[in-house]
Design a binder for this molecule. Structure first.
Ligand code: HEM
Length: 540
């Protein structure tokens, strides 16, 4: 009552004075904190409320490049209420990227957020899991499923099948052009394609089969968009392959919304709330589809006799690990006992989801970037093709196998150089829950470090002429004539430390296979040599 009486006595000008006063106190406090911060580093001046977002248009790569150029290899910026340290030189990375399972200092990628809680990611899976115990548990299973020789064999087997399928679609589309282009020989066919889109369908179908053991048919549905004669392939569990794969891309896209926008903005802010509504519906679709796939496989496994031969896909491994069907049950028991129980369906879903969101666009983009640079460097292309022919002679059936693939050292160097010159992942973060020392400073708990991957990969102290595409930097490492990777942290396309990407080997198998088949068998040219490279940032 007393408060009501006071308020009712106030005039408009009083409200105005209170408002201005509160505002000034806020601004004073904001800048007091800013100017008295420990270890001030160069960086843009944050503004009250919007901090440094006046420089950020959503393109993380450009934002980081701008900060790096203007403020140097160690600088700072503020976004979403957090002080962030941007690292663009390998010299500061040793502590962050040196694996030590005993030291938790740089184990967390992003802090817990209520947004991720709503999005169903907090404390689940691996990528944004802030709970170290739960992350260790999930990562142990993830590694066990994906880093085994039988999984690699499966990956090689499916690259053979999928590259053949891809070729059949291209040939069929190309043959449609034969009569149109007045070409007589059926081997003369040519087509103009969007390589990025085809690569995305290829990596999608690959990930779906390797992770779930189920077939998706995104290459088929993409082919149907261009062909009058339609192929009919379907899997009732994944009714609409295009939607299924798009749903994971959209889920990945949604991570930023649930990280940067608070509950109020997500519910009420025009322009945001509708996207969030879509993302939540999309989340439900993703979860429901994955849950159905998991339940079906669990049932299938339960109905099989113990000892029966099971698939090598990730889902099967996650279901059976630490059950009576697990051949390695005893070996899995570790000293800290994190991994002795089987996974629940929700835990399995978290791991599958991470494999989908981390393993489709990354690989497809990497292949597209490689194609772009190789087509701009005819001598690199020729050297690559010559090497492919030494192992896979022209006009012979290509039987891709792991032993042959790893012989292709120059192709590997081309892949590395393509991912150096334009990295798929632009931002790799670490959040420190406790105070720690790094780069000669002691940092407060709650600081987030962002590794500017493109900045590190083009740092002139480590990479002479970084703008030049030169695979020889990675080729024949004992030859003194070449520019070597000068520091072990100067090339980190897959991050490093305990949270290093577990999909490295799979990436190598899939991408080298694509390079072999596509550049070994076809004459690839860019339709527009002057077109600029486009890149959508992937943030970890
Ligand atoms: C070109 C392909 C790929 C690139 C460039 C890439 C890059 C990365 C990077 C930079 C990280 C962060 C590492 C760190 O924080 O130190 C990461 C993490 C991760 N990647 Fe990959 N990745 C690729 C493919 C894959 C594939 C195929 C999979 C799985 C199927 C995968 C699964 C993951 C997972 C689960 C994490 C989180 C690891 C953790 O937090 O413990 N990635 N990846």
């Amino acid at each position: 009552m007393a408060i009501y009486n006071i308020i009712s006595c106030l005039k408009i000008t009083d409200f105005l004075i209170i408002f201005v006063f509160t505002f000034l106190v806020y601004v004073f406090r904001f800048y007091y904190k800013y100017f008295t911060r420990p270890n001030p580093l160069p960086g843009p001046l944050p503004l009250p409320f919007i901090e440094c977002s006046y420089l950020y248009d959503g393109d993380t790569k450009n934002f980081f490049t701008l900060l790096n150029k203007k403020y140097g290899d160690l600088c700072e910026y503020y976004l979403n209420g957090k002080r962030r340290i941007l690292i663009s030189s390998p010299e500061y990375l040793e502590k962050i990227l040196t694996p030590s399972s005993k030291d938790n200092t740089f184990m967390i990628r992003l802090p817990h957020s209520e947004g991720y809680e709503e999005y169903g990611m907090a404390g689940r899976g691996i990528i944004v899991n802030h709970d170290i115990k739960s992350w260790r548990y999930n990562r142990h299973f993830f590694n066990k499923a994906i880093l085994t020789p039988s999984f690699n064999n499966e990956a090689v087997k499916w690259t053979n099948i999928m590259t053949q399928e891809l070729e059949d679609y291209w040939k069929s589309l190309g043959n449609l052009n034969l009569s149109k282009d007045n070409l007589k020989n059926e081997n003369d066919w040519q087509i103009e394609i969007d390589m990025a889109e085809w690569a995305r369908r290829f990596t999608s179908d690959m990930i779906v089969i390797l992770i779930t053991g189920e077939r998706s048919y995104t290459m088929a549905s993409y082919y149907n968009l261009y062909s009058l004669v339609k192929v009919t392939r379907s899997n009732p569990l994944i009714e609409d392959s295009e939607r299924f794969v798009k749903a994971f891309s959209d889920y990945l896209f949604g991570l930023h919304f649930f990280m940067y926008f608070g509950y109020f903005s997500r519910r009420y802010q025009p322009g945001i709330k509708d996207t969030v509504k879509y993302l939540l519906n999309n989340r439900d679709y993703v979860f429901e589809t994955l849950d159905n796939i998991i339940k079906k496989r669990r049932k299938e496994i339960e109905e099989m006799p113990v000892g029966a031969k099971l698939g090598h896909d990730m889902l099967t491994t996650l279901i059976i690990t630490n059950t009576e069907r697990d051949m390695n049950q005893e070996k899995n028991i570790t000293k800290d006992d994190i991994s002795t129980r089987p996974m629940t369906n929700v835990e399995i879903r978290g791991n599958l989801l991470d494999a989908f969101i981390a393993g489709v666009d990354t690989m497809a983009n990497r292949f597209s970037f490689l194609t772009y640079y190789v087509c701009h460097s005819p001598h690199v292309k020729q050297k690559m093709i010559d090497e492919i022919y030494t192992i896979f002679p022209p006009n012979t059936p290509y039987n891709l196998n792991y032993v042959d693939l790893i012989k292709l050292e120059y192709c590997d160097a081309v892949m590395n150089e393509a991912s150096r010159i334009i990295s798929v992942a632009v931002d790799v973060a670490r959040y420190i829950p406790n105070s720690c020392e790094l780069a000669g400073y002691r940092w407060e708990a709650g600081t987030t470090f962002h590794m500017n991957i493109n900045g590190i990969h083009s740092n002139e102290n480590y990479w002479p002429n970084p703008e030049i595409f030169d695979p020889d930097r990675f080729y024949k490492k004992n030859d003194d004539m070449n520019n070597k990777v000068g520091n072990k942290f100067s090339f980190i396309p897959f991050g490093g430390g305990l949270r290093v990407c577990p999909g490295r080997k799979l990436t190598m198998i899939e991408l080298i296979s694509l390079v072999v088949v596509i550049f070994g068998k076809y004459d690839i040219e860019l339709v527009d040599m002057n077109a600029r490279q486009k890149q959508k940032a992937v943030q970890y």
